[in-house]
Design a protein around this ligand. Structure first.
Ligand code: PLP
Length: 439
């Protein structure tokens, strides 16, 4: 018997855009912005103001801070990708996060993680408390600790990352959303590492999904931007109010670049992810490497949970070598991996987070949170995996040689790194004693 044929009715029904897969949604960014000429690329409205029909009637747009067609295009595309009711484009990831904190009032509490981006940590530790908001940092892998922090005060906002930056810890998004909602608090997930390509925080229960557009969205390290996608028109109105009232919006040209970046995001992220897997697998087997933090590795504690809430592991990972000088030489000797903060660009990037992206967190706080100075973070680009691996192998070989010879990357003698001030003083005393003894 021949297989049943699709009925004429099935064939005559176009696929609902809501059911499109992410690659299709990215290539066909949806927007209600009308364009009389049917431009293949979204038109760039590089204008600050718009002429009005009369002194007393207003057109759709009047002033770019309040609204702009190119920004609408990006915001609507992002809302569709995130399964959100509304989305908003900001001048940076930090201004998007700043806007999230505006939803919290004096006397209320924000609960957040203890492994978070350095800039977020600075905002929450040094800016937000000034307006009377309490911020509690907690190890979010420990769900009971999160529950205690949420219930221990007037918590109205939980701000989390998963995987975290820079240690790629995987946090149970759904469990924490449930806890926060029991208390009536909102949840914002910083999804910059995954983007809607690999993870959809709103589908996991979050109220707001935040993405630094500076990373994978724009994707070419040429835009600074941030996005918030949210559930519910009411929350959308509150976010819009602050975006407009405080002038936090992203400019039209950067919106246009971000829209251009979106089209290739899936392709880039898949290739970057493959490269990350290749490097992380090599590093994991290297005798010099103490630990590789990458949820794509089956050996990683967060692997199973991560793949319950995401479809890919992304292309950012970190590792430790147990020796700050060794890590520094690796970072400085790579040729293809540029020494740069940030991640998500087409070019591979390498950094020492404690001295770069997370340097704004005081050393004692980093130590208390267990953030090691020898941590190296890599963001894989779209280069050929073979070249990236060769580059890393070369940097490791040079580091072995230099550390073996007692030299730093610059050729100067390697400065010893001490675990504590006390250890350093004891070593100095021992050195002086041996010099005096030698006389
Ligand atoms: N969130 C994370 C996880 C980040 O890594 C960064 C920047 O590195 C930000 C937010 C801030 O984004 P932006 O640099 O676009 O302000």
């Amino acid at each position: 018997m021949s297989p049943p044929r699709a009925t004429a009715r099935d064939e005559l029904t176009p696929r609902d855009p809501k059911d499109w897969k992410i690659a299709t949604k990215l290539a066909h960014a949806k927007s209600t912005v009308s364009d009389p000429y049917g431009a293949a690329a979204p038109p760039l409205y590089q204008t600050a103001t718009f002429a009005q029909p009369s002194a007393t009637t207003f057109g759709r747009y009047d002033y770019t801070r309040s609204g702009n067609p190119t920004r609408d295009h990006l915001e609507q595309a992002m809302a569709s990708l995130e399964n959100a009711d509304r989305a908003f484009a900001f001048s940076s990831g930090m201004s998007a996060l700043m806007c999230v904190t505006r939803l919290v009032n004096a006397g209320e509490r924000i609960v957040t993680g203890d492994d978070i981006y350095g800039g977020t940590s600075r905002l929450l530790a040094q800016v937000v408390p000034k307006v009377g908001i309490e911020v509690v940092n907690v190890d979010m892998k420990d769900l009971e600790a999160v529950r205690a922090a949420i219930n221990g005060g007037k918590t109205t906002m939980v701000m989390m990352e998963s995987p975290t930056n820079p240690r790629l810890q995987v946090i149970d998004i759904k469990a924490i959303c449930d806890m926060a909602h029991e208390k009536g608090a909102l949840v914002c997930v910083d999804n910059s590492m995954m983007c809607p390509t690999f993870q959809l925080p709103l589908d996991l229960g979050a109220d707001i999904s935040m993405t630094s557009a500076t990373k994978f969205i724009a994707g070419h390290s040429d835009v600074t931007g941030g996005l918030l996608a949210c559930k519910g028109q009411e929350l959308g109105k509150r976010i819009y109010f602050h975006q407009n009232a405080e002038g936090l919006h992203l400019g039209p040209f950067d919106c246009w670049l971000a829209l251009r970046g979106l089209k290739t995001m899936q392709l880039r992220m898949e290739r970057q992810q493959q490269n990350a897997m290749t490097l992380a697998t090599w590093l994991e087997a290297h005798p010099r490497v103490k630990k590789v933090n990458y949820p794509g590795l089956k050996t990683n504690v967060g692997h199973d949970l991560h793949f319950k809430q995401a479809t890919g592991a992304g292309s950012v990972f970190s590792f430790t070598t147990g020796d700050v000088e060794f890590s520094k030489i690796v970072v400085e000797e790579t040729q293809l991996h540029k020494i740069t903060v940030s991640f998500g660009g087409t070019t591979s990037l390498i950094s020492l987070p404690c001295f770069m992206s997370h340097a704004s967190i005081p050393a004692d706080v980093r130590a208390a949170r267990g953030l090691p100075d020898d941590l190296v973070r890599i963001s894989c680009g779209i280069e050929d995996a073979e070249d990236l691996l060769a580059d890393l192998k070369y940097a490791f070989a040079v580091a072995e040689k230099k550390v073996g010879e007692g030299k730093s990357a610059s050729g100067a003698a390697v400065k010893p790194v001490y675990a504590s001030r006390e250890e350093e003083l004891l070593a100095r005393i021992a050195e002086l004693e041996s010099k005096l003894g030698g006389k």
